[in-house]
Design a protein around this ligand. Structure first.
Ligand code: PRP
Ligand code: URA
Length: 208
């Protein structure tokens, strides 16, 4: 898949190991997610377009830059929330929308329960945040919603993806680049990523 970017970084690989380890406690889990989100934010920020501006140093005028587009972060609740702060530290001017989706355990289809997004998605760069791309149903539904609201410059930032989820996003949204830290082997019969890390939301919030 042309649009798939796997972030290669030794710290990310080390942190991913903490996340996969079933013995990792919530606070260590959250810290590792936060560090990986920094790496994703740096990688994705390489695609941000700039506008030249003039800046005056104490000595003279010179060329400076500002981001061309408003950045909008859209975490998919709940697990996507763990990525938000790292991205905001990189882009403090970012606006944040929220999409509440929960996967039905039987059908594996996403069930919507909350939507709130900033205006002006048409002229923004919108980054969808969700650590897990399993069947791809939740990510695809979130992107469908954002496109219906006018977003056209979208990126997906995740942690672990299954090949099934990557394929679904490629089929439904070939225009959306996907940034992840690892592409895992497969889904099991319950729609969990193997080897994966289990349920990201439950492990982050201690609701197992
Ligand atoms: C998880 C995850 C994704 C979704 C991925 O959320 O954070 O949103 O599952 O699965 P999919 O690709 O098959 O749609 P979940 O529905 O468990 O909600 P939670 O974050 O509140 O635990
Ligand atoms: N959601 C998760 O949190 N983990 C999986 O493996 C699949 C969906």
């Amino acid at each position: 898949m042309q649009n798939l970017h796997i972030v290669e970084n030794p710290i990310v690989k080390r942190d991913l190991t903490y996340l996969r380890n079933k013995e990792t406690k919530e606070y260590q889990f959250r810290l590792a997610l936060k560090r990986i989100a920094y790496a994703l934010a740096i990688e994705i920020s390489k695609t941000f377009e700039l506008k030249e501006i003039e800046v005056e140093t104490p000595l003279e005028k010179t060329v400076g830059y500002k981001l061309k587009k408003q950045i909008v972060l859209v975490p998919v609740l709940r697990a996507g929330l763990s990525f938000v702060n790292s991205f905001i530290e990189m882009v403090p001017s970012a606006k944040v929308g929220h999409i509440g989706l929960a996967r039905d355990e039987e059908t594996l289809q996403p069930v919507e329960y909350y939507y709130k997004t900033p205006k002006e998605l048409e002229i923004s760069k919108t980054i969808v945040l969700d650590p897990m791309l399993a069947t791809g149903g939740s990510a695809s539904a979130a992107i469908n919603f954002l496109k219906a609201k006018g977003a056209s410059d979208l990126v997906f930032a995740g942690l672990i993806a299954a090949p099934e989820g990557v394929e679904k996003l490629w089929k439904d949204h070939p225009d959306v680049p996907v940034y992840i830290a690892a592409l895992d082997r497969e889904l099991n019969e319950r729609g969990y990523i193997l080897p994966g890390l289990g349920d990201a939301g439950d492990r982050t919030y201690g609701t197992l």
